[in-house]
Design a protein around this ligand. Structure first.
Ligand SMILES: [Zn+2]
Length: 447
């Protein structure tokens, strides 16, 4: 019986996946040739794509967790194991510890117990490492020179722009979205409301992407100076066509001037309601001043302002007192990730849906394995179907991770930011029930 082998491939980025000498095609071809030559039965293929500096080895991990299904791992060359010598050695050691033989298509069996093989492995890993460093240094210098000349180096991936021959061009349909976001924010819509509107309108976050907009995406967009014509690239500020005017840009900033509550020192305006009639609370300065000459401010129900004859009976509450009370309540509510999770309806839904979907995928996987054992499908089909199951499981895990990230970010923000910003960010609503009693509502996911 021929020995079962898994191919492990590593491409440097999605863009490179089909091209150049490190490309996918080149690697798989050499691995297949090697397998055919040495009588190995290639039953599975694991492929990692590495972008920039990030080191993700999802498929390598997967390969190791499924190591019992193979005897041999084939790589096209040693430099495909990792980016540098130390990690290459580590990866190799891990593979060997999983009782797998490792072959490289260009040099055959890698056996660390044999001195010649060990030396060769180290040398190859070292050469690969040096080669890559040279490329990195050269690329960095070239790109810096481009930026210093005021041109856009490759890789500007800002929504609203594309680069052609190192010049930034506006993408009209994306620019419309950008302008809409800035205008909404300038009007006082919360980040969350804007993200929701974009998702509901089906606006893609990036070309081809369908993931929903998160409030952090919107915040990132609003803070990006590129949209007023200043693209920051490392130390350089490169000028690009503006999509919004500097005035609109400033007005749209989360703490920008021009908000009606700016004149009042009270923190909760715009986020606080009367517990009796549901109207918004407004602020009012008093004629009497404190000993230090400061004016007193209080909250009052705006229902009464609008129609003096129909008072709801809500008296004035001292501004600083209510601010302090609310600050404690809001921070308490947001300091507890568990409580936040409970309040975030979407996170809970995602959990429920994911749990049953994951269970379904697990039993699907088991069925394929059974079918294979019964001889109904081939090994190649089995690995294809299982790969598909794994892909879908990962997509589910990603949804969950996104929801988790939102919650974490939300809680982290709540710790650091001033109250005013937390209220905006989280879409918090405070309902005042009495002088010492209020209710904090987190509206982040709700319409
Ligand atoms: Zn009222």
């Amino acid at each position: 019986m021929p020995r079962r082998a898994a191919a492990y491939l590593r491409v440097s980025s999605e863009k490179q996946a089909d091209e150049d000498r490190f490309g996918y095609h080149r690697q798989i071809t050499s691995v297949r040739e090697y397998a055919a030559r040495t009588g190995l039965d290639l039953v599975a293929e694991y492929r990692d794509a590495i972008t920039g500096k990030s080191v993700t080895r999802k498929y390598l991990d997967l390969l190791m967790s499924e190591a019992t299904a193979f005897d041999v791992v084939v790589i096209s060359s040693v430099d495909r194991l990792a980016r540098d010598v130390t990690s290459s050695y580590q990866v190799l050691a891990n593979l060997l510890a999983s009782h797998l033989q490792v072959h490289s298509a260009d040099h055959g069996l890698i056996d660390l117990d044999q001195e010649s093989s060990l030396i060769q492995f180290n040398l190859q890993a070292l050469f690969a490492h040096l080669e890559r460093q040279k490329i990195v240094t050269r690329t960095r210098a070239a790109v810096n020179a481009i930026a210093a000349a005021g041109q856009i180096p490759d890789g500007m991936r800002t929504f609203g722009y594309r680069t052609v021959k190192r010049e930034a061009l506006v993408v009209p349909e994306e620019a419309l979205v950008v302008r809409d976001v800035f205008e909404r924010s300038a009007r006082g819509e919360t980040l969350v409301a804007i993200a929701r509107a974009l998702t509901e309108a089906g606006v893609p976050r990036r070309t081809g992407a369908s993931t929903p907009w998160r409030f952090t995406d919107v915040r990132q967009m609003i803070r990006r100076t590129t949209y007023k014509g200043e693209y920051r690239w490392g130390q350089h500020v490169l000028s690009v066509p503006a999509i919004v005017t500097p005035g609109l840009w400033a007005k749209a900033q989360p703490r920008g001037r021009g908000r009606p509550w700016h004149t009042s020192p009270l923190q909760l305006l715009g986020h606080v309601r009367c517990g009796v009639c549901g109207a918004r609370l407004s602020s009012k300065p008093h004629h009497v001043r404190s000993k230090e000459g400061r004016r007193y401010w209080s909250y009052r129900c705006s229902g009464r302002n609008n129609d003096p004859s129909s008072s709801c009976g809500f008296g004035a509450i001292s501004g600083p007192h209510l601010d302090a009370l609310a600050e404690r309540a809001v921070r308490d509510a947001l300091a507890d990730p568990k409580r936040v999770r409970e309040m975030l309806a979407v996170a809970a839904e995602v959990d429920d849906r994911n749990a049953s979907a994951l269970a379904a995928l697990e039993s699907e996987d088991a069925r394929w394995l059974e079918a294979f054992r019964a001889g109904a499908i081939t090994a190649a089909e089995l690995s294809e179907y299982r790969a598909d199951v794994r892909r879908r499981s990962r997509a589910l895990a990603d949804t969950r991770a996104t929801a988790d990230r939102d919650v974490q970010e939300y809680v982290r923000a709540a710790r650091k930011l001033p109250l005013r910003e937390v209220l905006d960010l989280a879409g918090v609503e405070i309902v005042v029930l009495g002088r010492y009693s209020l209710e904090v509502r987190l509206n982040v996911w709700r319409a």
